[in-house]
Each structure stands twice: as C-alpha cells, then as structure tokens.
Design a protein around this ligand. Structure first.
Ligand code: TXA
Ligand code: MG
Length: 338
C-alpha cells in the first residue's frame, strides 16, 4: 500500500473503506473512471451505459478503438440484464466458476450500447470474486466496464503501485488499493457464440476444467516452440527486449553477453553482472509474481531480460506460457491484449 505524496499530481490511492467505495460508486455515476482491484489484475472502470465515460478509458490507456471491454457484474442476475441470451452453458459456467476469473463472450443485450463493446454485437461479461470489486459492484448496482488498468501495450497491473507507474499524471484518478492481486494474470476468455465454445484467452480457469464442465471446447494449442529471431510479429511488453530461454541453454546465453535481468528458478546460478529475479516453482505463485517480476526486471536498467522457460506446459502453466510468449514478442497481433 502506498501513501499519497502531498500536493503531487498523481492518482489518488485510497484504502478500500466503505466510504471510499461509496465515493468510487458516485464517481462512476458521474461518468468518471475508477481503478479497482480484482483477483486477476487491476481494472480501469467506467459505467457500461455511459458512452462518454467509456471513451475516457480508451483515451487514458491509449487503447485501439477496436479492442472491446469486459463488463464486470456482481452475478448472473446482473449479467442477464446486459446480454441478449443466457443459455444453459452460461448458467452452468456461472454456477461453477463465478465469481471468479472466467469471462464469457455472448450476444450483447439491447440495454448496452455498442461503445461498451467496440461496436461488436457480442459482449464479454465476468463476475470478479475480489471482495473490493464486489463491494463496488454492489454499491454501483449495475455493470462496470473495465480493461486492465495499464497503459496499452504494457503488462497488466497487479498492484496499485503498478497503476500509478503507468498513469503518473492521471491527477485525481481514484485507485482503490487492494494490495497485490491473488491470481496475477488476466481472466480466461471463453466465446459462446457458436455451438462449440472457444477459448480466446488462456487464464487461471484451465481448458481442462472447462472441458470437464462443458465437454468439447476449442482452445489454442499450447506451444513452447520459440520463434526464430526476427520473426516476432508483435512486441508487447516489457519495455526491455525479453527472451525466453530453456534451462539447459541459460548458462550459454548469459556467458559473455550484456548484463541481463533473469527471471529464474535458481537465483544462485545467476552471477553478476547479471541480476537474478527469483521465480516460484509452482504455477499459481509463478503467475501471481510474473507481472511484478517483469516490471522489476525492466526497472533494473539492463538492456535485456532473460526468462527461464518453465518446463511444464499443461494445466495452469498453459496460461503462463501464453503470457511469456507475448512478453517476448512471440504472439501475433490478433492474440494481443491491451
Ligand atoms: O482479468 C481480466 O479479465 C481483467 C480484469 C480487470 O477483469 N480485465 C482484462 O481486460 O484483462 P482487458 O481489456 O485487458 O482484456 C479483455 C480481453 C481482450 O482480449 C478483449 O479483446 C477480449 O477480452 N474481449 C472483450 N470483449 C470481447 C468480445 N465482445 N468479443 C471477443 N473478445 C472480447
Ligand atoms: Mg489488458
């Protein structure tokens, strides 16, 4: 948690007290933006029904206008108010996974204008489980549209400090400081507009778990194959060039090369001038640590980041591999998140 520096221009970090949540709700009501924690990452929220407020989100983030937003809801009752149809699959998924890190893409209801979905006739809905997000949704009483609260192209924020780092001059932007996010990577996005559900973004709700509940689910293949240098189509984040390296190749990549910040499992093996950034061995803590580690690595000032490739690829590791590929420029533009 951070204290606000007196009289400086910066976002307004506050403890998420009842009063602060009531104030946040009033700001949303007036068409202003509010940053709130979720269990995945921090969100930059606006009233789903207020087109001007939605525009402010795109302007502040520098987000391309064709990238739609997730509408956050308290539960399936609120979700039903903004979608055209809530079918059996939605009912069973919300029963199993809400509140939690699963976003459902379904036909948009008539109560929501196209600005909240970048003009699409579908809408993404998710009920977050973070207590502060839920308190805010309860106080506001209807849906809050929110992308991750980062500048477009940067990694998502998992602490209030990350939000301030990305928007240092967003004077008076209210940030409800809920500490570090528990999950640390963005929600699983599942499209339900076709007969076969399709995973658009991997997340903490694994494809395996979705298949247990739904049966057939299309999902992107998990690949650890590294693109050849120069073939990356889209450099995403962090700012420092990042490279994914297998454990067996790590020593060779470090030897003689320029100083690197190294996200690694065995920090003792990374000697000066390289800087180790220790990572947990198991998937959940690894995901929770990842974006802060990338920002930490960026802040060391070295000219390259090396990420030791986690050996496992299945279950919860699939979403981590997806994010590592994006961080190292191996994901194409279509798969990018802003
Ligand atoms: O965990 C999360 O999902 C976080 C927290 C704040 O809830 N939010 C988040 O939002 O990551 P954002 O905007 O950074 O990513 C939303 C993703 C994007 O990949 C977007 O393209 C996709 O959801 N999306 C949103 N609406 C969609 C739609 N109607 N059809 C297809 N994809 C959609
Ligand atoms: Mg994002």
């Amino acid at each position: 948690m951070m204290d606000r520096l007196a009289d400086s221009i910066m976002p307004r970090l506050v403890e998420p007290t009842q009063d602060a949540i009531a104030e946040a709700s009033r700001l949303l009501e007036r068409g202003q933006l509010v940053v709130f924690p979720t269990e995945t990452v921090y969100g930059l929220g606006a009233d789903t029904t207020n087109a001007k407020a939605i525009e402010l989100i795109y302007a502040l983030k520098g987000r391309p206008a064709d990238n739609p937003l997730i509408a956050h809801v308290l539960d399936d009752v609120q979700a039903r108010r903004i979608v055209a149809k809530w079918d059996d699959r939605c009912a069973v998924l919300s029963e199993h996974f809400w509140p939690g890190p699963l976003t459902l893409v379904v036909a948009r209801g008539e109560t929501v204008g196209p600005s909240a979905t970048a003009g699409l006739d579908t809408i993404a809905v998710r009920a977050p489980r973070h207590v502060v997000a839920r308190a805010l949704l309860h106080a506001f009483g209807r849906s809050i549209s929110a992308p991750s609260a980062n500048r477009s192209g940067r990694v998502s924020p998992t602490t209030a400090g990350h939000v301030v780092a990305d928007f240092p001059e967003a004077d008076e932007l209210l940030v409800l400081d809920g500490g570090a996010c528990e999950i640390g990577i963005e929600s699983t996005v599942l499209e339900l507009t076709e007969p076969t559900p399709r995973v658009l973004r991997l997340g903490a709700i694994t494809v395996e778990r979705l298949r247990e509940v739904l049966g057939e689910v299309d999902a992107p293949p998990v690949t650890t194959q590294l693109a050849s240098p120069g073939t990356s189509l889209w450099h995403y984040a962090p700012r420092t060039p990042a490279e994914l390296v297998e454990t067996t190749q790590l020593a060779r990549r470090l030897a003689g090369g320029a100083p690197a910040a190294v996200l690694c499992f065995e920090p003792a093996g990374v000697k000066p001038p390289h800087v180790p950034v220790p990572m947990p061995q198991s998937a959940e803590p690894y995901a929770a640590r990842l974006y802060d580690a990338l920002r930490t690595a960026d802040a060391t000032g070295v000219s390259r980041i090396i990420i030791e490739q986690p050996p496992e690829t299945h279950g919860p590791w699939a979403a981590i591999h997806d994010r590592l590929r994006r961080a190292t420029g191996h994901a194409d533009r279509d798969g990018n998140d802003q």
